[in-house]
Design a protein around this ligand. Sequence first.
Ligand SMILES: CC(C)(COP(=O)(O)OP(=O)(O)OC[C@H]1O[C@@H](n2cnc3c(N)ncnc32)[C@H](O)[C@@H]1OP(=O)(O)O)[C@@H](O)C(=O)NCCC(=O)NCCS
Length: 337
Amino acid sequence: MCRYSICKVSVLDNNIAKNIANVFSSIDIEFSTIDNSNNETNYLAEWLVPNKNRINHFWIAKNRYNQIIGVAILKYKNTIIDPNSARVDIRVLKKYRKKGLGKELLIELCNFASLINRNKFTSRTNKQSHSHYFLRKIGALQKDITIGKTLDLKNVNPKMLNLTIGNDYRLVKWENEAKGTNLTDLVKAKHFLNDMPSGSRESVSWVFSENWVIQEEKTRKVATELWYTYLLYHKNMVIGYSDVDFYEGNKTAYQIDTAIHPDYRNKGFGKFLKARIINDIINENKGIKYIRTFNSSSNHSMNRINSEFGFIESIFYSKWIVNLDIVIEKLNKYEKI
Ligand SMILES: CC(C)(COP(=O)(O)OP(=O)(O)OC[C@H]1O[C@@H](n2cnc3c(N)ncnc32)[C@H](O)[C@@H]1OP(=O)(O)O)[C@@H](O)C(=O)NCCC(=O)NCCS
């Protein structure tokens, strides 16, 4: 007797999206720690709105009452970053675990991934998650831990907000999409991310282009109402950048990237950029109470900077990586047991 059915979906309607969100929110820390339901809707909007740069495929498992009980998602971007890799998320409701459903969802996903040549998978789990056993069984390696951090603006270290830079340096800030020279210089600054410590990344250098940034920003606009980008210059040379996202009605701002030219590191510029963002948020008085950020646990420099400002570690994600052929080999063995 068939206890459940699995079907593949490429474009979600609102109802299915909400049901999937329920499956995720009941078990996935990524959703359950979000302060406000608005944000979840924004996240879903990213999935729903067709965007040629961000592609998602869903496999949905339903029980005989037509309720969604599990989901597998293969996500990737048409981007220069790891063109053959894809992020994999599999979630099964607690009651339906250990019955082989996760494995079946994964088989469907793998069959499809091999057809489209996405042969390297990454995944992300809560540090304490039970899915670690599952990921180990399919041959995934735990590569890195990302630490999510929260700064309560009531507790920001005031000394860090008075940082200044010399007369030779200047800051440029704008809202939303980069255009003209801002765009050209942002592309240059993105390259400073290349030596960011991250165990889950291949040691290839990313080559960013204007077109890539334009596509990324289109995707960003779907989810984010407003973002600021800051570029730091020494004379006429761009030497650093940072950015922050705001979501409508949310008390939390999300500080995304900070990157400094390798020749200018450890001179206080990273801290200066963060201080500027925090000062702007305080002075603009938008009702923001918290700032969230995240970095790899092996990014010692960023760990130091964030803790000096008063960011508190609030969540830990494990990053996993595995090649498709290994998953298929493990799944075949699995079936023989
Ligand atoms: C992370 C980064 C933005 C920091 O910028 P920066 O201008 O060098 O930062 P600052 O000079 O303001 O501060 C660096 C602090 O880290 C400390 N630091 C540097 N290396 C360290 C290490 N291995 N262990 C501990 N602390 C370290 C410095 O001593 C300094 O702290 P101090 O002033 O209290 O002594 C920069 O290193 C960078 O661009 N890295 C590549 C991109 C990246 O990783 N971005 C972050 C993504 S989350």
